[in-house]
Design a protein around this ligand. Structure first.
Ligand SMILES: Cc1cc2nc3c(=O)[nH]c(=O)nc-3n(C[C@H](O)[C@H](O)[C@H](O)COP(=O)(O)O)c2cc1C
Length: 117
């Protein structure tokens, strides 16, 4: 495998960051190179990575505005590499709302960004 992977997160109380660490440990164990950054401080070139992962939590029904801004600002670069997005929210505990196609926040978010997926 051995890919260069970047994981960025938007968190308030640190739960999403903690999830990033768990994901990173798993990917490192598989032989990849992994970096984790807060979305607030990431300032590298996205296309320097093979894979780019974004994790964000929901507060009062929404991801923080900077998540959408980041994706739209870097859309061209993100579309050139492999990407993934994971969503942290309490509603996802419900079995019928815990996938990318069924989680209402994620579905709404995808519709709000003009990006191929
Ligand atoms: C003030 C507050 C508002 C929240 N609003 C929602 C919400 O509207 N829907 C939801 O599913 N989860 C909601 N949650 C749950 C958070 O998404 C969950 O606690 C998450 O783990 C927080 O991650 P973070 O610490 O990375 O921000 C809320 C949590 C808090 C503390």
């Amino acid at each position: 495998m051995n890919k260069k992977i970047e994981i960025v997160y938007s968190t308030v109380d640190g739960h999403t960051q903690k999830s990033c660490t768990a994901i990173a440990e798993h990917l490192l164990a598989k032989g990849n190179t992994v970096e984790i950054f807060s979305l607030d401080y990431f300032n590298q070139s996205i296309t320097d990575f093979d894979v780019f992962v974004i994790g964000a939590s929901i507060r009062y029904g929404y991801y923080r505005k900077k998540v959408k801004r980041f994706i739209e600002t870097h859309q061209k670069e993100l579309e050139q590499i492999q990407t993934a997005f994971f969503s942290v929210n309490i509603v996802a505990r419900k079995e019928n709302k815990n996938t990318a196609l069924t989680n209402p926040y994620f579905v709404k978010f995808l519709k709000s960004i003009k990006m191929a997926y």
